[in-house]
Design a protein around this ligand. Structure first.
Ligand code: SAM
Length: 397
């Protein structure tokens, strides 16, 4: 997060620097927690694609230091601070009436915990954070699983390459994003590969009842993904925090209450998202749906599966017979869809990430909290310098 004219338009970007977060993404996690109470009863967490580390900072401050955020904290503790920030960005309070405020000091009573384990992984190095184990690794690479399990102090049966470890993790987060190319379909495809890599890791380490939160790009087939996730989690939501720009296709899937299907064991040999394992599981799941009683059979206009629960008294009443089920399967060719509930989260009076806010005349742009450790553009800048600047040694303007 560097200094730039973004300061002028993005309240969260500026607020992150004011509050000491390494990236504006911190607010996304805080707003997701506000909605889903993600950190309740959580002590062991894996933070995938974690650099520069603002989500890990949130984890460290909430779980290790015991700081409180979320809606109640905003209302009680930070009402004054919030009012001041609104004054800083908006017309509500003249800057001259603002009282000085210690931005980084938390006035809440802390309740530090010693039993917390947080492991953060990224391709990029992550500058150290108190209480967090950081790993530099590729989450799409199979060798990352044993690294992670070792970091979690879990047993790993290297010989059979199976995850015999106790499933020790309460929450797996993934904010993974590839370098966006601007080619919409390609970006969505690469993002979905990252998501499956994160899911495979999560399935190896999550304990039953655990939670999985991951960034997605909403493309046209995202409801196939929701249906797949429903195999493993009781509840699947898609959430858009207020700090995530409305103009962006980014959203987060929030999967609660991990319930692996009977007989399922995560395997590196057969990762989900590659081959047919997942679609076979979907088929099996579909076959096991009862044809009578409370079920979710719905194929009204699109031929797709819908989340709307329909209580059917008998198969005949809706004309759904085993034969027609086969037809539906054939028609969808395994593309079973499910529409996840969409939830916008973050206080509606919080800053709008797409809005511009007026800055006071004496506004000073702050330095980034954590300069990038190894930004991908570093080499490009070095090469440009060596070449004699943006226009090269030709002097072309
Ligand atoms: N949650 C982070 C935070 O709060 O600071 C921001 C994450 S940033 C949006 C996306 C990260 O995904 C980048 O740091 C990138 O290096 C990482 N990433 C992308 N592909 C990855 C991969 N295959 N393995 C590990 N990390 C990856």
């Amino acid at each position: 997060m560097g200094k730039s004219s973004k300061d002028k338009r993005d309240a969260y970007y500026r607020l992150a620097k004011e509050q000491g977060w390494r990236a504006r993404s911190a607010f996304k996690l805080l707003q997701l927690d506000e909605e889903f109470d993600l950190f309740a009863n959580v002590t062991r967490v894996v933070d995938l694609c974690a650099a520069p580390g603002s989500w890990s900072q949130v984890l460290s401050r909430v779980l290790i230091k015991g700081e409180k955020f979320g809606r109640s904290a905003w209302q009680d503790r930070d009402a004054k601070f919030r009012q001041q920030m609104l004054g800083l960005f908006g017309p509500q309070v003249p800057a001259s009436q603002l009282e000085p405020v210690e931005l980084k000091k938390s006035p809440v009573e802390l309740n530090p915990s010693k039993d917390v384990k947080i492991v953060a992984i990224d391709l990029q190095p992550i500058s150290p954070l108190p209480g967090i184990v950081t790993l530099r690794a590729d989450i799409t690479h199979p060798a990352t699983v044993p690294l992670l399990l070792k970091a979690l102090d879990a047993e790993y049966d290297a010989k059979s390459n199976s995850q015999q470890a106790a499933h020790p993790v309460d929450l797996v987060l993934s904010d993974g994003a590839p370098d966006v190319t601007g080619l919409h379909d390609l970006d969505i495809y690469v993002q979905s590969q990252l998501l499956f890599a994160a899911l495979n890791l999560a399935l190896c380490v999550l304990k039953p009842g655990g939670k999985f939160v991951a960034k997605i790009f909403r493309g046209k087939n995202v409801d196939v993904l929701y249906a797949q996730l429903k195999l493993f989690f009781e509840k699947v939501h898609v959430a858009k925090p207020r700090s995530s720009r409305a103009s962006s296709v980014e959203a987060f899937i929030v999967c609660l209450n991990f319930q692996p299907p009977k007989g399922f064991s995560a395997s590196l040999e057969e990762p989900l998202g590659v081959g047919f394992r997942l679609s076979n599981m979907m088929e099996q799941n579909l076959k096991s749906l009862p044809l009578t009683g409370d079920t979710i059979l719905q194929n009204s206009e699109t031929g797709a599966w819908d989340s709307t629960p329909i209580s059917i008294q008998s198969a005949d009443e809706h004309g759904i017979t085993e034969v027609q089920l086969e037809d539906i399967r054939a028609k969808n060719q395994g593309d079973i869809r499910w529409i996840a509930p969409f939830i916008a989260c973050g206080d509606l009076s919080a800053f709008d990430s797409d809005a511009s806010y007026r800055l006071p005349a004496d506004h000073v742009s702050l330095d980034p909290v954590q300069p990038p450790t190894a930004p991908p553009y570093k080499r490009a800048i070095e090469m440009r310098k060596a070449f004699g600047g943006a226009y090269g040694k030709t002097g072309r303007q």
